[in-house]
Structures are given as C-alpha cells and as structure tokens.
Write a protein that binds this ligand. Structure first.
Ligand code: LMR
Length: 345
C-alpha cells in the first residue's frame, strides 16, 4: 500500500515537471549549455588540409583556430579537418570555390594550376635561407601574389611555410644530377617541378599527397621530394632510405578563404581574423624551421637511413643544371616577379 502511494506521488511529480518544462519552452527562447552559448550567432569555418596534425601546417591551423576563438569571444569557430579527412589536395580548391569549405591552405605548387605565375615560388634555389622566405612571404611580393587570387574568387590571407624540400630515394644516394637518370619521381602538380626532374633526366609523375605513402610502399616510383616534416610525419622514410639534404626548393602554403564568404563577414570579424592570421604566420615561420630541424635529428638516429648533405660545390652543380628553368619562366611570365623577389631577399 505504502509502495503504491509512493509511485502515485512520483508520477504526479513527473507529470508536473514535464508540464512546467513545456510551459517554459513555449514562452522562452531555447537555452544552450555553456559550450553552445550564442550558437545561433556563431560563425563556423571549416578549415580543410591534407597533412598530419603535428606538422607546421597542422599546428598553425590549430593555433589560428584557437586565436580566432579567443579574439572573437567565441563568435567565430574554426573547425580544422587534417589528413585530407574532408577533401584530398586534388579536390580542396574546387571545394573552396563551391563554398563546401570556407578555408584551405594548399601548397604553392597546387595553386600554380589556378595562377601559373605562382610557379616562381617553386623555382629551385629561389630562396637561400629561411630569412629570404620570411621577407618574401610577409612583404610586398607575398601581398601581390595573394592579391592575384582575388580574380579567381579567393581571398588570400597569408603565406605559411613548411620548410625546404629534400630528395629521397629507394635506389641509391642522390648526389650528382646523373644519379637521377631514368628514375621515376612523385611530384606535386606544378610545371616547374616537373621540368626540374626532366632536366635531371628523371621521370616525374604527379601523385596526390594522400596516395604517396601507398605508392611508395608499392614501389610505384623510385623517389620523391618533400620537407623533413612531411617525410617524417607520414613515414615516407620507411620506404625511402636515401635522403639527400639539398634544400633545393621551398614548400610554402597559400592560406585562403572563399571570397564570397569573406566579403559577407562583419568588418570587425575580418579584422580580428587578420590579426589572428598575422600572429599565426609569424609563429609558423619560426616554428616550422625548428620542427624540420628537430625531426631531421630524429631521423639521423635511425640506423636504416642513409642521410647525405650536399656540399656547397654539389649545390652549385645542381643550381647550374636548373638555370634553364629561370630562362623558361622569364620567357613565359617576364622578369618582374623574379626581380621583385631578388630585391626583397
Ligand atoms: C605534398 O603534396 O607533398 C605537399 O604539398 C603536402 C602538403 O600540403 O604539405
């Protein structure tokens, strides 16, 4: 009897609570918990990229997301999707143009398909050191290059860096230009890079980043060029024991936003995002250098790796070999950009 009475009281209490909640819901706006506060006004930016999280680009994307959230008091949320989990490097520019993602940071080589003049940044030995890269990326030349994206419906926010590119192979050490003869190399889609390997007598094959590991494992090609950070984070070195420190090219990124999306953002949000971008870029250009150095030191511990650093004389031989690329670039695009870069350095 006592038990039945207890159940009755409980039922009345429950019905009362539900009625009270229903009344409250109809008269008040929906209340979100802390995490979701102001959700209805939040601007969400999907930022898609193809490399691992613990790489210069992956870390910079996370830092940018954090700074934007802080500076806008949570009004803007940048959701970062690494490892090509949303789009591969072959798909991401189109996804941005369609507005399916709002932000990407493809490597410069991939932008050359939209704006061929950007090949200037892929020219071998265009940068001697990290100082040169920083001057060009954050100065007038960088601004001019980013402005060229506008005609394609893209707002370029900054140029980020990964690091200098090195050569790897599964065949033998790559020291003399003749060591490249007849080898098949995976390359990013950029005419200058393809020509660079042709000048070495090698066969370049364009392969998207997300397929590189698998193709190396299947021995579909003999070598590739990339930064230490990409070689390390994606374990390319497992199948490519010969690593030449050549610092012959630089892998940079164009951080870009869909222009229609950008133009519709409130002015104060644009300003806060630009502020966050400047801080992130300064951080990225220092951090990327340190990360590549640390990971090279890690790889040197691996007894299966054969690491060779080019001497100054050998670098000079490579430079001479690549000279025709500069002439070809000038013939196609004039000497303006090249002069601006040399002046900035
Ligand atoms: C590559 O394709 O090797 C790189 O562009 C990947 C990247 O985004 O660093």
């Amino acid at each position: 009897m006592k038990k039945q009475w207890g159940i009755g009281v409980l039922s009345i209490a429950l019905v009362g609570a539900v009625m009270f909640m229903m009344q409250k819901q109809s008269s008040e706006p929906i209340v979100y918990d802390d995490e979701q506060k102001g959700l209805n006004q939040q601007i969400v930016i999907y930022f898609s990229h193809v490399v691992a999280e613990n790489t210069p680009k992956g870390l910079a994307a996370q830092k940018f997301a954090q700074l934007v959230e802080e500076k806008t008091n949570g009004r803007v949320k940048v959701e970062v999707f690494p490892n090509g989990s949303l789009y591969s490097d072959e798909e991401e520019i189109d996804a941005l143009l369609r507005g399916d993602v709002q932000m990407i940071a493809p490597s410069v080589s991939k932008v050359t398909q939209l704006i061929p003049e950007w090949q200037v940044l892929d020219l071998p030995f265009i940068f001697e050191n990290y100082g040169d890269v920083e001057k060009v990326f954050t100065g007038e030349v960088g601004k001019n290059l980013l402005a060229m994206l506008e005609r394609k419906g893209i707002k370029g926010l900054a140029l980020w860096g990964n690091g200098f590119k090195q050569m790897t192979s599964n065949r033998h050490p790559l020291v003399e230009p003749s060591d490249f003869s007849s080898l098949k190399f995976r390359v990013m889609p950029s005419e200058v890079i393809e020509r660079q390997f042709q000048l070495l007598g090698a066969k370049p094959i364009v392969v998207p980043f997300n397929r590189v590991y698998e193709s190396l494992e299947k021995h579909e090609f003999d070598g590739q060029e990339n930064t230490i950070s990409n070689i390390y984070s994606k374990s390319f070195y497992q199948f490519q024991p010969y690593l030449t420190i050549s610092n012959h090219g630089y892998l940079g990124y164009a951080v870009m936003v869909n222009k229609v999306f950008w133009d519709h953002l409130p002015k104060d949000i644009q300003e806060k995002m630009m502020e966050a971008m400047q801080e992130t870029t300064a951080w990225n250009l220092t951090q990327s250098k340190e990360q590549n150095e640390e990971e090279l030191a890690q790889m040197k511990q691996n007894p299966r790796m054969h690491i060779y650093e080019l001497t100054e004389k050998e670098r000079e031989t490579w430079k001479q070999k690549f000279m025709p690329l500069y002439q070809e670039f000038e013939r196609e695009f004039g000497s303006g950009l090249l002069r601006q870069i040399k002046k900035a350095e």
